[in-house]
Design a protein around this ligand. Structure first.
Ligand code: DHE
Length: 585
């Protein structure tokens, strides 16, 4: 992995400065930055699961099991699913966190578990006790809970899906032409996460055209190839299909495909546009192919299987990002814990053909390069990018970014003055932005290699964005502990970038521009409008405080509009219909 020496020099410098500050204390370092008064609205932990609401029984009590009442067991299960399962797995077999099965936990014993939960660890285990997130009594209960066999949440197969499936408006009864005068191509489907809704905001008038109930802790929206239908998925695995042609856009079908989910997409290959929809679940670990017009479930496929390298069985490999290939009638399915990318051929569901590519563990999010041929995705807990050729259905490269926990969202494509076409990711675990070459024809020796890495504002970044018509690259840092950073955005000027030189950035005080007196809102996920002239940012505050959407003029980087409305509760992801439908980013 070739990371420019500049990066190491910078790392040395930063750590030396950090060491100096730690040793010399505040005297030398700048006075302590203003800490966040509140925690992140969800510190990027699966704290919004609905698994915790599932009723569980204490699995066959053994003579030496520590005594725990059924109520305690239920309460401990809810805490475990809400705060621990994201890292240690629903069945406690381990994921990015260690396994917590009784064979392991009993070896360590109660005291060890209690201390570990209380103080956490530098390796990433939060200090649930000393942070006040869990009371002493809860820590004690969790330590006893981990000594017991884990409960097994119920599966979710065709009977359960069919019971949840609602065809609210049959295709034959839907409008035959658009019944409203909204420029639906420039609508922004805006996640109102803790309200379990999406707001459809008009990209031209900035007005909210509709607020629609969706799944619990709604996560992302994706658009049909036709640009007519919006598919929204909640963390509770509820999908709502919204018809944008209706007088007032509204739901026409809904279904639940499991207990926990994060991804949804529709078929985009020529001749198969919108024939199928697909959704991926965290629990049960499976993906589901549905009728693209009605959400009727057609095919449920479990992702359980062996980890690609150790070749040992994993009981709950979660489905992370899903994209639709433009080159073949295939869905591209990231499977997190086994580290496999599945290219699912949807032309014959009865004889499903799947190419199973050994990639890297803990695949998360990702996007396409500017030609839409190459899928570039982060195996974020392993600090790597994986590149798939969707035309040849094969793995092209796995490369370390040189940063901590790359988190691209769908990433950002632009033409670098020296390196040519590149795709960019920022990082959760440090301040770096990494560029990977994406032009195997014109820049052969750079293709699929990290060609540059430079600092943005600070760690805690989740999303990076640009647009083919823009000369700017935007990088957020909503999970940075410093309020001044998490409420701002760094902007780089693309045509000023130079090999070997860290580009200058302009810091936009988006949170300040929103003029929100209460709380410490975080600025998350830049999203362009259809013309590529404006960038929209979510100013994400706690559920009981005011949030906003801030619109910036991409040319001048000046504030253009602040959208405030009491219905905008915890706005996070925004999905412009035109850009999301065409994979423009
Ligand atoms: Fe996301 C995308 C998983 C927390 C906002 N998130 C994704 C994708 C996955 C994922 C697998 C890619 C979907 C795709 O492309 O098909 N997200 C998870 C988690 O497991 C995690 C870490 C914890 C959880 O409890 O869900 C998590 N995500 C969050 C948040 O806390 C965020 C910041 C706020 C929120 O709304 O919940 C958040 N995730 C987003 C957004 C996208 C996303 C905005 C889509 C980005 C895009 O531009 O496509």
């Amino acid at each position: 992995m070739t990371v420019p020496p500049r990066k190491y020099a910078r790392l040395l410098l930063t750590s030396a400065a950090l060491a100096l500050t730690l040793v010399a204390g505040p005297a030398l370092g700048k006075d302590k930055p203003k800490e966040h008064a509140d925690g992140p609205a969800a510190a990027y932990e699966p704290s919004l699961t609905t698994l915790g609401q599932i009723k569980v029984e204490i699995p066959g009590r053994k003579a030496d099991d520590p005594v725990m009442t059924q109520e305690e067991f239920q309460k401990a299960t809810t805490i475990y699913f809400e705060r621990c399962a994201g890292c240690h797995g629903v069945l406690r077999k381990g994921a990015t966190g260690k396994p917590l099965t009784p064979d392991k936990t009993r070896e360590n014993g109660y005291d060890y578990l209690k201390n570990f939960i209380t103080y956490g660890s530098p390796a990433g285990m939060p200090n649930w006790g000393t942070s006040g997130d869990l009371s002493e009594a809860d820590v004690d209960m969790m330590a006893r809970y981990l000594l017991l066999e884990p409960p097994n949440p119920p599966e979710f197969g065709m009977p359960e899906m069919m019971a949840s499936w609602k065809l609210l408006v049959k295709p034959a009864d839907r409008p035959t032409k658009k019944m409203n005068d909204i420029d639906i191509d420039n609508l922004f489907s805006t996640t109102l996460r803790d309200a379990g809704q999406v707001a459809l905001i008009d990209g031209t008038t900035y007005e909210i055209q509709a607020v629609i109930d969706t799944g619990y802790a709604v996560h992302i929206s994706r658009i049909s190839a036709s640009g007519r239908y919006l598919f929204v998925i909640g963390r509770d695995a509820k999908i709502v299909m919204i018809d944008l042609w209706m007088k007032v856009p509204g739901p026409v079908a809904e279904i639940k495909i499991g207990a926990e989910a994060r991804s949804i997409e529709t078929s985009k290959f020529e001749g198969w546009e919108d024939k199928y929809a697909i959704a991926g679940a965290y629990w049960p670990p499976q993906y589901v192919i549905m009728d693209g017009d009605t959400l009727e479930p057609k095919k449920i496929v479990s992702t359980r299987g062996n980890i690609y390298d150790e070749q040992v069985y994993h009981p709950e490999p979660r489905v992370a990002a899903i994209l639709a290939s433009h080159y073949k009638p295939e869905f591209i399915v990231n499977v997190k814990e086994t580290g496999k990318i599945l290219l699912v051929d949807y032309t014959d569901l009865k004889n499903l053909k799947t190419t199973e590519i050994e990639a890297e563990r803990f695949l998360h999010d990702g996007g396409l390069d500017s030609t839409h041929r190459y899928f570039i995705t982060a195996a974020n807990a392993r600090g790597k990018l994986v590149v798939i050729d969707t035309k040849e259905s094969k793995l092209l490269a796995i490369t370390e970014t040189g940063g901590q926990t790359p988190h691209p969202g769908r990433g950002a494509n632009f033409v670098h003055p020296d390196f040519g076409p590149v795709w960019a990711t920022s990082h959760l675990g440090d301040e770096s932005v990494a560029l990977i070459g994406t032009d195997p024809e014109g820049h052969k020796d750079q293709a699929w290699k990290i060609v540059d890495s430079f600092p943005a504002m600070g760690g805690g970044s989740l999303f990076i964005k640009t647009h083919p018509k823009s000369n700017h690259l935007y990088v957020d840092a909503p999970l940075n502990p410093e309020a001044s950073i998490s409420s701002a955005v760094a902007v780089f000027t693309i045509d000023k970038m130079k090999a070997g030189v860290d580009p200058e950035s302009t810091i936009l005080p988006i949170g300040e521009w929103a003029g929100i007196p209460e709380g410490q809102p975080r600025v998350v996920q830049p999203e362009f409008n259809k013309e590529g002239t404006e960038v929209w940012f979510s100013v994400w505050n706690a559920k009981d405080k005011e949030s906003a959407i801030v619109v910036v003029d991409d040319k001048t980087l000046k504030l253009k509009k602040v959208i405030k409305d009491k219905r905008l509760v915890t706005p996070t992801g925004k999905f412009n219909v035109f850009n999301t439908r065409g994979d423009v980013y």
